[in-house]
Write a protein of this length. Structure first.
Length: 41
């Protein structure tokens, strides 16, 4: 039996903090204040 296995646990668990980080960068770039925590729900 052959199988292809992918490690996605870290991606699934940490998706929210990645989005918050990206929204933070976007805030600085655009000079806006975004509700990053609320957008990453």
């Amino acid at each position: 039996m052959k199988a292809i296995v992918f490690d996605v646990f870290g991606t699934i668990v940490d998706w929210r903090s990645s989005l918050i980080n990206q929204f933070g960068k976007l805030e600085k770039e655009l000079g806006l204040e975004l509700p990053s925590d609320g957008l990453a729900v």
